[in-house]
Design a protein around this ligand. Structure first.
Ligand SMILES: [Fe+2]
Length: 389
């Protein structure tokens, strides 16, 4: 990759390039943030990339606070604690730094810092978001350190409600960060299993968005190119984590995935979210497991779309070729084939999971209309390992 910086302006301001993190204090200045809250997760805060980033902010004489009580699938209590800290320290903006959890909690803290209603009142249902006080949302800078969630270009955070055990999508248009920094150097220390799982999440976003029903050629175009970048780069980056060009392509494909899924997601995510919430399974890993089951279950409803994907990805134009590519990719990435490879069968409550999957917001945009029995059948197949014929 050449060492040129790029500035993109949709869906938001995105500063792209190797070592672009050096512009973080400039981003604060542009947004008139004089005291940011740096939000990251409890593991990443110990890493050299965070230490170096914070040291650079200090050198720029920027006053900031750090909040890192965030782990795994982020919960409402993480956000609440962060909001209290933000207000107590009189911060005026958020730097959300990390993988999905750091980004989602950081965005939610900036949003909730000036609201009077509880966070669950802003769940992505109907026009709930209009309840928010728009003038009290603090500016957000997002810096992803994984390539998967795409939360940096998303207008929502996924937060677990500990009381109900349900992952909820909290939405407001101003969740979209004002400035995003995409710097591939920040991702080179990611272990290969996380690179693989997060990369499969990015693939699931682009794939489900492209197959979701509805007229949205902009989202479709972005999703197709996102899948092409992933096809060309994911295995390379898992095999050689220091491949900067492939790291950059994966970061971009991740941002593209969440831009595209404004059109909708589907059953891969519907089946995945309950597993993430109930068993703390990595979101990208469960998406990767469910992908071939959902593809084959949806086959007659998506075959034409899949053939168009094959055409763009320069593959033989039929459904089986695409399916075999996914299966081959999963194998190369050492993704298990069945959910029982990662969860004990006796711990799986199919009634509960199927109900949660049906209620998931991603269900409504699955290409095939789904009922609770469909969810159960898909879970059963992902236990037996048998794809749909
Ligand atoms: Fe996802």
């Amino acid at each position: 990759m050449n060492n040129i910086n790029y500035n993109w302006n949709y869906p938001t301001t995105i500063w792209v390039g190797q070592n672009r993190i050096k512009d973080l204090s400039l981003a604060c200045k542009k947004l008139n943030i004089s005291k940011p809250l740096f939000v990251t997760d409890s593991e990443l805060v110990k890493s050299n990339i965070v230490k170096k980033t914070l040291l650079d902010l200090k050198k720029e004489n920027l006053s900031f606070e750090t909040f890192s009580n965030v782990s795994g699938n982020p919960c409402g209590s993480h956000v609440e604690e962060g909001v209290n800290f933000f207000n107590q320290k009189k911060c005026d903006g958020v730097i959300a730094f990390g993988g999905g959890s750091g980004l989602d909690v950081g965005k939610a803290i900036a949003f909730m810092s000036g609201q009077n209603l509880p966070i669950w009142d802003f769940e992505d249902i109907g026009d709930n978001w209009t309840r928010a006080n728009n003038d009290m949302i603090s500016p957000i800078i997002a810096v992803p350190t994984t390539a998967g969630t795409g939360s940096e270009t998303g207008r929502a955070s996924v937060i677990l409600d500990e009381k109900t055990g349900v992952k909820k999508i909290i939405f407001h248009p101003k969740f979209l960060p004002s400035i995003v920094i995409l710097d591939p150097i920040l991702t080179i220390d990611l272990p290969s299993n996380i690179t693989a799982a997060t990369g499969m999440d990015a693939l699931a976003h682009n794939l489900e968005a492209y197959c979701a029903p509805g007229y949205h050629p902009m989202a479709d175009g972005i999703a197709l190119e996102g899948m092409r970048l992933i096809k060309n780069s994911l295995l390379n980056v898992v095999n050689d984590g220091s491949n900067i060009e492939a790291r950059m392509n994966m970061l971009t494909a991740s941002s593209m995935g969440s831009t595209a899924f404004q059109k909708g997601l589907g059953a891969i995510h519907s089946l995945s979210h309950p597993l993430n919430a109930q068993y703390n399974v990595h979101h990208g890993l469960s998406n990767a497991i469910f992908m071939p089951y959902v593809l084959t279950f949806n086959k007659t409803f998506i075959e034409n779309r899949i053939i168009l994907i094959c055409e763009y990805l320069n593959m033989e134009k039929n459904f089986e070729t695409f399916l075999n590519w996914i299966l081959h990719l999963r194998k190369k990435l050492e993704i298990p084939h069945k959910i029982t490879d990662i969860i004990d069968l006796k711990d799986i409550n199919l009634d509960k999971l199927s109900k949660m999957a049906l209620d998931d917001p991603s269900t409504s945009s699955n290409p095939r209309k789904l009922n609770i029995n469909d969810m159960r059948i898909m879970y059963e197949h992902s236990i037996s390992g048998e794809l749909f014929k």
